[in-house]
Design a protein around this ligand. Structure first.
Ligand code: IPM
Ligand code: MN
Length: 371
């Protein structure tokens, strides 16, 4: 299979984690006989610096002519600390989501038994947790009218949804639930918000078409508590843009690090794959960031291409590194491996260059000596 992949490295640790995913994809191409062609585009603070714009037209063109997009991370402290900035890196990501109509953001939450002791939750609570968040990504409060009064003392962000926007992601979520445990939880704030009541009405109507899926409804405040108190109850969570942003970040820490969670953003044109973590500017260029969120995003990309065996091979490689304590600094601040070393190990595993019987000594040599 030949695929053209647009790579947007982005800001902070984006480049170094994405390079690891590319290494892994190249190993997959070698072993399974595929051809992945990577072409690079700019977005984020790095794009503002080079072109004045967070998302230059060339990047949009590249995205439109590619089969998928692999994206790193976005954001820079220079803009974070300046609420007066009118051009911001994040505008690039929001614009590409809108232009490509990437309405469905899919964030799987998986627990790794070898990391359970690092979880902020008790092992008994997170054991066997396995759910997927379907976050609406191109509407709601993120994209409504924004306004600041002339005197600068009042500001507003409108939250708007229409039924079509709700239906298209709801269909995705219902169909996915059918491939899993047939359970869907809609998270909203229907006791307060008009948009949330529209979500409930729309999902209630659709539920008839998916009679085999059990549907539950939770208010967002309750859902945020239930995620901590009883996360095992969830299978597919369906929610709007803002609640999805917050709840997925809450769930991302279940393994003790937020560096592992991948995401797929899908619409009707080119899909985009990115880890859910941010640009972590403090770690940029230090080779210490966790590349697994990006590598697992590449696996989601392969699933999207229909290459499930290849995607599963990557997931197997990731589980193998974690089980063998080949981890980055976010997981073990003393006995850690570099971003690039972990990328090499996963690449070698995928390329069948590591036998079951690992030569720990050789790998130990590649461990960080910085304590
Ligand atoms: C995410 C990020 C983005 C969002 C930011 C960078 C605009 O936090 O993908 O979750 O809020 O959607
Ligand atoms: Mn977020």
């Amino acid at each position: 299979m030949k695929k053209n992949i647009a790579v947007i490295l982005g800001d902070g640790i984006g480049p170094e984690v994405t390079q690891q995913a590319i290494k892994v994809l190249n190993a997959i191409a070698d072993i399974y006989g595929h051809e992945f062609v990577f072409k690079y585009g700019l977005m984020g603070a790095v794009a503002i610096e080079k072109t004045g714009e967070p998302l230059p037209d060339e990047t949009v063109e590249l995205a439109l002519e590619s089969d998928a997009i692999l994206f790193g991370a976005i954001g820079d402290p220079k803009y974070d600390n300046d609420p007066y900035a009118t051009v911001r890196p994040e505008q690039g990501l929001l614009k590409i989501r809108k232009v490509l109509q990437l309405y469905g953001n899919i964030r799987p939450i998986t627990i790794y038994p070898s990391l359970m002791h690092l979880s902020p939750l008790k092992e008994s609570k997170i054991k066997d947790v396995d759910f997927v968040i379907f976050r609406e990504l191109t509407s709601g409060i993120y994209f409504g009218n924004k306004h600041t009064s002339a005197d600068g003392l009042t500001a507003s962000d409108e939250c708007t949804y229409n039924t079509e926007e709700i239906e298209r992601i709801a269909h995705l979520a219902f169909k996915h639930a059918r491939k899993r445990r047939n359970k869907l939880t809609l998270v909203d704030k229907a006791n307060v918000l008009e948009t949330s009541r529209l979500w409930r009405k729309t999902v209630q109507k659709l539920a008839h078409q998916y009679a085999d899926v059990q549907v539950n409804y939770l208010y967002a405040d309750n859902a945020s508590m239930q995620l901590i108190q009883n996360p095992q109850q969830f299978d597919v969570i369906l929610t709007d843009n803002m609640f999805g942003d917050i709840l997925s970040f809450e769930a991302s820490i279940f393994n003790g690090t937020l560096g592992l969670v991948p995401s797929a953003s899908v619409g009707n044109i080119t899909a985009l794959f990115e880890p859910i973590h941010g640009s972590y500017p403090q770690a940029a260029g230090k080779d210490i960031a966790n590349p697994i969120g990006s590598i697992l995003s590449a696996a989601l990309m392969l699933d999207y291409f229909g290459l499930h065996e290849e995607a599963n091979k990557i997931r197997e490689a990731v589980a193998w590194t974690l089980n063998n304590k080949f981890v980055t600094k976010d997981i073990d601040p003393i006995n850690f491996y570099f971003t690039s070393t972990l990328g090499d190990l996963i690449t070698e595993y995928v390329g069948n260059k590591i036998s079951g019987d690992v030569n720990h000594e050789n790998i130990e040599l590649r461990k960080s000596t910085v304590i």
